[in-house]
Design a protein around this ligand. Structure first.
Ligand SMILES: NC(=O)c1ccc[n+]([C@@H]2O[C@H](COP(=O)([O-])OP(=O)(O)OC[C@H]3O[C@@H](n4cnc5c(N)ncnc54)[C@H](O)[C@@H]3O)[C@@H](O)[C@H]2O)c1
Length: 448
């Protein structure tokens, strides 16, 4: 046992989950938690609810559920708040999103969903061109918006008697913004807010407000938001955990499952063509080239980091990688993603893999929101501030320390996540070396 750390404080009291963006993902998440609480649905896809963790040797027989091993908030202790420029409450928004079946999963909890009414959003069409909304904060002063968001957070905490809060950005993908001078230091960032600089997107103001109020922040979209040096420094200095960017669902989830397997077996890659059709509001926003650019950057970098062409030029030097997203309204949230993968084997013989994933994006994203919320809160009680790289498991473009490359391989990410939980609780790391099972003393290999 490694007893150098004090284990995280217990998860007493209510945990408020604040969601900028009350669209398909957020309502599917909220409804799912409420259905699970009432025994009307199962939280499939959530590690915090269903996962186990092995402790000690394989022969020890210690495999508790993660929720029993680390102190996590119970679903019954979660309360929800949101902001959205569209004034629909969670019931209307869930119906509009069309993810969940109305009579099976929305009507039975309608009363609850109707109580979640979005607060006026800090919203500017400059950053999300395909949206318009009436439920917005007045004026255009970024400083005033930041202050109002901080007030919203404080009010929500008091009105709902929350012990702790976390914030998960479930808002639309904003236009592509390159990190620049305004994002480099907190002084520059504060000055840019005061100057209403275009470099400060609304998602950054939510992140800033959260950090100033000591609230952990995760970013589920690919826009920069908290992933700028100034806000990372603020999070580190204040000991507030942050994670991002872009929930790892759908096609990218498949990529990070398949690509490490190809690399592990030293199979070459000539090309990977990915195309998607989707018809929800997210699809409409991504139909705008500027928002698509943000998403494209996030989706493209994954393969490069997993395959490491610089280390394996024979296999991966010149592969062709293309990602398309097409807005196709009839599909709604039931997206279809095709992948054509041209691979190369022994003596350069070409082969092909075709994947046709009829997935449901928000069904895959909702458990990620839950896990990020619970694990960020855990990090906070474990006094781990700044970037939580161990949560990369959930994210397409994981935030990482400067000068470090991000780890995209889902299975390395999973090992890292579980080892972090072991470390937090003073348990041994698991290396999978396992030689001890094959010694005389073990009595296993020798049949004793
Ligand atoms: N569904 C997935 O699998 C998945 C995966 C990765 C990333 N994402 C990202 O998660 C986000 C949410 O996805 P979704 O399918 O719920 O989209 P959605 O369009 O249904 O919901 C987004 C909501 O955010 C609101 N919004 C926009 N700007 C806002 C602002 N400044 N403040 C508050 N609210 C704002 C919109 O009005 C909308 O209701 C998107 O950015 C999407 O790209 C989703």
């Amino acid at each position: 046992m490694n007893n150098l750390r004090t284990p995280p404080a217990p998860a007493n009291g209510r945990l408020g989950v604040l969601l900028p963006g009350l669209g398909a993902v957020a309502t599917t998440f909220i409804a799912g938690v409420e259905l699970a609480r009432r025994g009307l649905g199962r939280p499939i896809g959530s590690l915090t609810q269903l996962g186990t963790i092995r402790l000690g040797k394989r022969t020890d027989g210690r495999t508790p559920r993660i929720a029993e091993f680390v102190p996590l908030s119970a679903l019954d202790d979660l309360v929800f708040g949101a902001w959205d420029p569209i004034p629909d409450n969670a019931y209307d928004s869930a119906i509009e999103a069309g993810v969940l079946q109305r009579y099976e999963h929305i009507e039975p909890i309608a009363d609850f969903l109707k109580t979640i009414v979005p607060m006026p959003a800090a919203f500017d069409r400059h950053y999300v061109k395909r949206l318009d909304g009436t439920n917005v904060k007045h004026g255009t002063s970024k400083r005033a918006w930041a202050e109002e968001l901080r007030e919203d957070i404080r009010r929500f905490r008091a009105e709902n008697a929350c012990e702790r809060l976390v914030m998960v950005w479930c808002g639309s993908t904003e236009i592509f913004i390159r990190p620049g001078d305004a994002h480099r230091t907190m002084e520059a960032f504060e000055a840019a807010i005061d100057a209403d600089d275009d470099a400060i997107a609304p998602s950054m103001l939510y992140a800033y407000a959260a950090l100033m109020e000591g609230v952990p922040f995760a970013n589920g979209a690919p826009n920069l938001s908290v992933d700028v040096p100034a806000l990372v420094a603020l999070a580190t200095e204040r000991g507030v955990p942050v994670a991002g960017k872009d929930f790892k669902t759908g096609q990218t989830l498949m990529k990070t499952i398949i690509a490490p397997g190809l690399k592990a077996r030293m199979l070459g890659l000539d090309g990977w063509f990915s195309t998607n059709i989707l018809g929800n509001r997210d699809g409409a926003v991504l139909d705008d080239p500027e928002s698509f650019r943000t998403k494209e950057e996030s989706k493209l970098s994954v393969l490069e980091y997993i395959l490491q062409p610089e280390l394996y030029p024979d296999l991966y030097k010149n592969y062709y990688h293309k990602v398309r997203i097409n807005y196709y309204p009839p599909r709604g949230d039931a997206k279809e993603g095709w992948d054509n993968i041209d691979i190369r084997g022994w003596l350069d013989y070409p082969m092909q893999i075709k994947v046709d994933f009829l997935c449901r994006d928000s069904i895959l994203a909702a458990p990620i929101v839950l896990d990020l919320a619970l694990f960020l809160d855990l990090s906070s009680r474990a006094e781990m501030g700044g970037i939580q790289e161990w949560l990369s498991f959930y994210l397409k473009s994981p935030m990482h320390a400067e000068g470090l490359y991000p780890e995209h391989d889902l299975f390395i990410q999973q090992t890292k996540l579980k080892n972090t939980l072991r470390w937090m609780m003073g348990e041994e790391q698991i290396t999978h070396l396992g030689l001890e099972y094959y010694t005389e003393e073990s009595g296993i290999a020798t049949g004793d």
